[in-house]
Design a protein around this ligand. Structure first.
Ligand code: S3P
Length: 181
């Protein structure tokens, strides 16, 4: 974090890494708000992510994702779940505002497929003949970018509760919880 006094937590990582479920849990444990960027986009547009990809194309979605994430980062007392592609643009994680704790929730491709399972329909990038292979390729391309987060938390084999507690420990170890509750 770039300054003392955490005001927001930003979760990055691949699809199925648990950003939304862990983010919601963590926010309730901190007494903070939770903002899921994909959810904001779909709520505001009245369209699903695949519909937006289909009707306006991926670049339009990426612009919208960037704009909405910036808006979320302007707030205090918030846990933010980014979409899996946001952190993959070079420099995004280096440019978060002061007071932001960045956490990479890591996950293996096999676990991604186990978790997203029949939810593939809401993730256009995995809607292909071999989603496991696609997840492997994308993860390989993206891991360097995700690793620009300050902290990495492995999620394979851990529950939402476990991961959330681990993040609370990180915040505490960095004396970041003081004054956050
Ligand atoms: C994407 C991840 C999705 C969603 C879109 C693209 C990606 O979000 O933003 O389907 O590029 O990894 P989740 O990571 O919340 O599934």
């Amino acid at each position: 974090m770039k300054a003392s006094g955490a005001r927001r937590v930003l979760l990055v990582g691949f699809m199925g890494s648990g950003k939304s479920s862990v983010g919601r849990k963590l926010a309730s444990q901190l007494g903070w708000r939770f903002e899921d960027v994909d959810e904001v986009i779909t709520r505001e547009s009245g369209m699903s992510v695949p519909e937006i990809f289909e009707s306006f194309g991926e670049p339009f979605f990426r612009d919208e994702e960037h704009r909405r994430t910036q808006q979320a980062l302007n707030q205090d007392g918030v846990v933010i779940a980014t979409g899996g592609g946001w952190a993959t643009v070079p420099a995004r994680l280096d440019e978060v505002p002061n007071g932001t704790v960045t956490i990479w929730l890591s996950v293996s491709p096999e676990e991604v497929i186990r978790r997203v399972g029949d939810l593939k329909g809401i993730r256009p990038l995995l809607g292909c003949a071999d989603p496991l292979e696609k997840a492997r390729d994308l993860l390989e391309q993206r891991s360097d970018s995700y690793s620009r987060a300050e902290h990495k938390v492995d999620t394979d084999g851990f529950s939402v509760e476990d991961v959330s507690v681990r993040i609370l420990e990180i915040l505490q170890a960095n004396n970041l919880r003081n004054g956050m509750e």
